[in-house]
Design a protein around this ligand. Structure first.
Ligand SMILES: [Zn+2]
Length: 139
């Protein structure tokens, strides 16, 4: 149902504008290769298939349409498709734009299912030693 665009050699507008990590999750979500119990049940038997909210079998549809973890962000999807129809969300331009926003703000479909922390600013200790300050004679 995500396969509704003709093939193209040009990168999509999403590819060019989204953060790389979010773009990756949008793609994984659209093709179904994503961090869900549904996927684990087929490909990663060591992982649990339930959802932290208590749902026994976590599916992509559950996360997008009903998981209470993402109640606060779901309006973004509903604005495009009132009943959050998966073909609309996964297979139309407007749907994918909404999906990207939903994924970015909610953290859904990450391994932890929570928003990713932005990396801390580098501290002084992380700075590499400037070149030429050692005394082994090569600087
Ligand atoms: Zn859930």
């Amino acid at each position: 149902m995500a396969d509704r665009f003709p093939p193209s050699l040009k990168p999509t507008v999403h590819f060019k504008t989204l953060k790389r990590e979010v773009f990756g999750r949008v793609t994984q979500c659209r093709i179904g290769h994503c961090f869900t119990g549904e996927y684990y049940s087929k490909f990663v038997p060591s992982e649990n298939v339930d959802c932290p909210c208590g749902e026994a079998f976590q599916t992509r549809e559950h996360l997008l349409r009903e998981c209470p973890q993402y109640e606060d962000q779901r309006h973004v999807l509903e604005a495009v498709s009132r009943d959050i129809s998966l073909p609309e969300i996964l297979g139309t331009k407007e749907g994918i734009a909404a999906l990207a926003e939903f994924l970015e703000t909610s953290g859904a479909f990450t391994k932890s299912g929570k928003p990713r922390r932005s990396p801390d600013l580098p501290s002084f200790e992380d700075e590499p030693e400037p070149a030429g300050t050692d005394d082994d004679g090569d600087g």
